[in-house]
Design a protein around this ligand. Structure first.
Ligand code: NAD
Length: 353
């Protein structure tokens, strides 16, 4: 017998949405009651694949028929604001979204504020910040096990400071338990600095955090590709895997890597999507906060926009929060408008799983 607690709608069920659907189909306490997708052919294939009869072409039609407990929004980024606001206004209890959350800061504000005003739990998405091991390493940093944080560094944003860099910025903020307060940055190539999207934009610079920690920002891998945070004795290194922990030095002065002994957890087969979804559902149940929130994704967008702004001003310091909420930085077209609109549609065979 399954104890189904949450009636879930997946809204936008392309490549990423199907990963969510797999996970939500597996848990004993969730049931996918509806799938919303703009693509009629894919919708039908997914209905059969996930055994869901209620299939809708858009969120308005969904909400006229059924208000789910949980809305999992995995549309291309352009459509997220309207979908999130419609769900919040209809009385959905928990809404999750994906990265990047928006192109314009104002749109991110509207989503975060609408959810907050209505008491809706607003989660981020499939981000490494929500990986169980990343959360565990962060707790150990916060409880002082490794000593006082002395410095931090970010190593490359995967060539997309907003679309991919939100991973780095979210881990940095978590590990240091601080916000980015001021940015000085330089950017290349010149044509990427002039473009509206973050595609190919390489940002180097320095983030000053609210706790006084300075974070060096390397625009390309060093060869690390993630976030380092260090104390006098220890280094915690997130590099797209469970964080490595180094403690002390050998006689040659090299850092010594220790076994972090991370705890096992159920549904680890879904990787960091597990921490993202299970912490979200716990929050809908009144326990804690999602390990990646919509507000975290807004902060990441804001940092990316501020970094580009500083770079376009020849490294002038830019303070956060930004006053001008009309500022924008769009992700690459695939993220913004999706595979169907950019000539990379998911085939029927692929959607069948
Ligand atoms: N967290 C991650 O690691 C990660 C990885 C890939 C993509 N993403 C993000 O997930 C989002 C979706 O990416 P994807 O790779 O699944 O794209 P996709 O193009 O494969 O899928 C998008 C789906 O949304 C549907 N759709 C489009 N507009 C819609 C609307 N208004 N209402 C309902 N359905 C709509 C499309 O028909 C399609 O099936 C993007 O924001 C992307 O940046 C995140």
């Amino acid at each position: 017998m399954h104890d189904t607690k949450y009636r879930v709608a997946i809204i936008g069920c392309g490549r990423m949405g199907q990963n969510y659907a797999e996970a939500y189909t597996t848990y004993p306490d969730t049931e996918i009651v509806a799938i919303v997708d703009a693509n009629a052919q894919r919708r039908d294939v997914l209905g059969a694949r996930f055994d869901v009869a209620a299939l809708y072409p858009d969120v308005e039609t969904l909400l006229r028929e059924v208000v789910p407990d949980v809305a999992v929004v995995v549309t291309p980024t352009k459509y997220m604001r309207d979908v999130v606001v419609a769900c919040a206004e209809a009385g959905v209890k928990g809404i999750s979204t994906e990265k990047p959350i928006a192109g314009c800061l104002q749109d991110a504000d509207v989503m975060v504020e609408t959810c907050a005003e209505r008491g809706v739990v607003f989660a981020g998405g499939n981000l490494q910040r929500a990986m169980n091991e990343v959360q565990e390493a962060a707790s150990r940093l916060h409880n002082g096990e490794f000593g006082h944080i002395r410095g931090a560094s970010v190593h490359g944003f995967g060539g997309e400071i907003s679309g991919g860099g939100c991973q780095h910025i979210s881990v940095l903020r978590l590990f240091t338990n601080a916000e980015v307060a001021e940015i000085i940055a330089w950017g290349t190539p010149p044509e990427a600095l002039e473009a509206e999207t973050d595609e190919g934009l390489i940002i180097n610079g320095r983030f000053l955090l609210t706790n006084g920690v300075e974070c060096s920002v390397f625009g390309t891998p060093t060869p690390c590709r993630g976030v380092d945070v260090w104390t006098d004795e220890c280094l915690v290194r997130w590099d797209w895997n469970p964080p490595e922990i180094f403690k002390g030095y050998d006689p040659h002065g090299n850092r010594i890597q220790i076994n972090p002994n991370y705890s096992p957890y159920p549904w680890s087969e879904f990787g960091y999507l597990t921490g993202s979804i299970r912490s979200f559902l716990a929050a809908v149940d009144g326990n804690g906060h999602p390990w990646i929130t919509g507000a975290d994704l807004r902060q990441a967008l804001e940092v990316a926009i501020a970094a580009k702004l500083s770079a376009t001003r020849n490294g002038a310091p830019v303070k956060l929060p930004l006053e001008d909420r009309s500022l924008t930085l769009y992700p690459r077209p695939y993220r913004w408008i999706g595979g169907d609109a950019t000539g990379r549609p998911q085939s029927v065979a692929e959607a069948k799983g």
